[in-house]
Design a protein around this ligand. Sequence first.
Ligand SMILES: C[S@@+](CC[C@H](N)C(=O)[O-])C[C@H]1O[C@@H](n2cnc3c(N)ncnc32)[C@H](O)[C@@H]1O
Length: 379
Amino acid sequence: MNYIGSKWSLLPVIGRLLDEKSLRGGVFCDLFAGTTAVGQFAKRRGFQVVSNDWQHYSYVLGRAFLSNNSYPTFSRLFEAYPKLAAIKTGVLNQPPLPLFDKATEMTTRLPLYQVTNWLNQLTGREDGFVYRHYCAGSGSQRNYFSDENGQRCDAIRGQLEEWQMASLLTGDEYYLLLASLLEAVDRVANTASVYAAFLKHIKTTARKPLRLAPLPVIESSLNHKIYCSDANELTRQMECEVLYLDPPYNHRQYATNYHILETIAVGDSPQLAGKTGLRPYANQRSRYCLKTEAHHAFTELVKQAQAHHIILSYNDEGLLSAEELQHIFQQRGTCEVRRLPYKRFRADKDRENRCYAPNKAVNELLFYVRIEDQAEWAA
Ligand SMILES: C[S@@+](CC[C@H](N)C(=O)[O-])C[C@H]1O[C@@H](n2cnc3c(N)ncnc32)[C@H](O)[C@@H]1O
């Protein structure tokens, strides 16, 4: 997913740091998970992951990629709709079924391909929330998706809810399909990158038909946990080996930049406001995005952390300076900082709407703290 502050490109550096400090197992808590990229990386490395973000779309991704440990069988759904289970490999044509290497992989993955393929064939709906509020053809005055894609999104979202209400899906199956819908929606959104504005004319990628792709499952035998809470609330109740922190570092609130994904994830019909159709977000206004509050929020968080090691990603143009952060960390242990050249997210704008040069190199700061007062909370 195209996400502000996503750490996909920093994973190798985070991996090197974990190796250097011999951090190889135990609970890894990703408190500001976003796309869950870092949690997925930690899961692959054998950690037991606790993932948290107060945006519901992140919870959906966490359920699909982290707490879900195996490919779905859709046994209840297939029992109710035997026709769906009878789809044969040769009949599946959209998206084409990839060639599986091994027969066992084919058996494990086929149900997901069958269901995804079936959802992709649904006829669009004109009475759904996305079409009525975010597509120009409905008279909404908003142009976030082509009419066809808005209607398709509503049809798939409605079908998932119907199956869920009828108890035809397990929780893991429901979230895996919903995560697939969020990723598909994001690929065809008619925006420059985030949902704070839509483009006047439908761009080329937004004209492509919305298609679910079967998501890869990260197999694991550990019990990974997903939360959708305020980070500062959760940290009081959480003990872990590694606490990974990646809070927002500037004024941009994620709730306003990803409001449509949030609505699709929650599946509600909120009262919308303004030209862009914002859902209410009073409970998701982050203190980490406010100059007056970021320092206090961060100090409180670090003070309450019950972890052996803390890793923080931050930006050297953030609301808090490297010196301020170091000072906060030094209350808990020894702190190291690395500066990594990092390409700026292409839609970076500040509160005054000044657009920064895309791809200009800036420094990503990576802090490592070894907590030295563990006895106080680990007793
Ligand atoms: C920089 S992004 C994290 C990106 C993530 N590491 C990734 O690779 O995708 C910051 C995240 O913090 C979340 N957030 C901001 N304030 C929060 C709070 N008080 N509690 C929980 N999540 C919060 C936002 O929703 C956003 O997803």
